[in-house]
Write a new protein. Structure first.
Length: 356
């Protein structure tokens, strides 16, 4: 049965798949919740949104997204606290970044209040899918793609905005070994590196695959012009600690403005660390590693929160870091973020949005 609630039509699933889910063994990104949100753009305006049972899509073979790649997305998480309440972490920042990506890819903005209401209603309906395991969460994937049925290179005139969710466990199970990439590039000035455009990730797959064949789980990307400056680590921002200094490459037109990164650096400043957001050279980081002064290095992103780096490879040499269990900052930051996300401590930065 379809009912209308607020600005959306809602069709509830007939029989939930929730009882069949093994929450103690959740693969990342392969188990999907009962419902999804769908809203179409045509005739220059967004149509009424719908929450419907999770299902496959039917598409015309000429759909613009397939041929010309007009597609953007976001990654968010909802968390369950010890009290049973469900929280969204900094959703307004994801919504803001989504519209920055839309602008760059010639796509229509989604009204922030409509976006947030869609999130709230979808999560209210599927809040039973939010895991209670402290190492798990409900991953949220908002995305938009071009739907014109037309073979011709131009911005589409129609789009579909969707949100689905999936309960997930840990993204990385252990520390990662990374390689500094000095041939391929993730992004170049004037490109789409600051946007969460689908094509950014497609172009990164081949060099990442080559690195994995050499025994590295991820890459550290460098600048397109000289390969002298560090940009991101795989699909995450990268952060380093040397003594009391927390160092991270400044966000720019080639580096995504990560929300986890911003949260980590905010905590660092609050705790009295000397935080430096600037251009970070490969030579500087390798020199710190050679001197034994690179105390911590980790990726910061929604999927993993913090992914400790065990070794950094450059020009055929692997530079080992101390085991991550000994690190003073990253472990403290991850613990603090998890406690905030689950409503277990004071939310002094007003980052959480309570769903229930």
């Amino acid at each position: 049965m379809i009912v209308s609630e607020f600005m959306f039509d809602i069709e509830e699933v007939g029989a939930s798949r929730l009882p069949k889910v093994d929450f103690d063994n959740l693969p990342f990104g392969r188990v999907f919740s009962d419902h999804m949100f769908v809203m179409d753009y045509k005739d220059g305006t967004w149509q009424k949104g719908q929450i419907i049972p999770f299902q496959n899509l039917s598409m015309n073979p000429a759909s613009s997204v397939i041929h010309y790649g007009q597609s953007i997305f976001e990654g968010m998480k909802a968390f369950r606290g010890n009290s049973g309440d469900v929280y969204l972490f900094r959703p307004e920042k994801n919504i803001e970044r989504f519209n920055v990506s839309a602008e760059r890819m010639c796509m229509p903005h989604v009204d922030p209040s409509t976006f947030q209401e869609a999130l709230m209603q979808l999560l209210n309906m599927d809040q039973g899918w939010v895991p209670s395991n402290p190492d798990a969460a409900l991953y949220i994937r908002p995305f938009m793609f071009a739907t014109d049925e037309y073979i011709g290179v131009k911005p589409s005139e129609t789009y579909r905005f969707m949100i689905f969710t999936c309960p997930v466990g840990a993204y990385y199970g252990s520390e990662v070994n990374v390689k500094i990439e000095t041939k391929f590039v993730r992004s170049a000035p004037g490109g789409t590196g600051y946007a969460k455009a689908a094509g950014n990730y497609a172009g990164a797959l081949y060099p990442a695959k080559m690195a994995q064949e050499e025994g590295y789980q991820q890459l550290i990307w460098t600048d397109a012009a000289e390969h002298k400056y560090i940009e991101e680590s795989g699909t995450m921002n990268v952060v380093f600690r040397s003594g009391n200094k927390i160092i991270s490459p400044s966000t720019s037109e080639t580096i995504l403005a990560g929300i986890t990164r911003d949260s980590v650096l905010t905590l660092a400043r609050d705790w009295g660390y000397d935080v430096e957001e600037r251009r970070v050279s490969v030579a500087e980081i390798i020199e710190l590693a050679k001197m034994g002064a690179l105390d911590e290095a980790f990726g910061a992103g929604t999927a993993a929160t913090i992914a400790p780096i065990r070794s950094i490879a450059f020009e055929g040499v692997d530079y080992e870091l101390a085991p991550s269990e000994t690190w003073e900052f990253a472990n403290k930051a991850k613990k603090a973020l998890n406690a905030i996300k689950r409503g277990e401590v004071e939310d002094k930065f007003n980052w959480n949005l309570k769903i229930s």
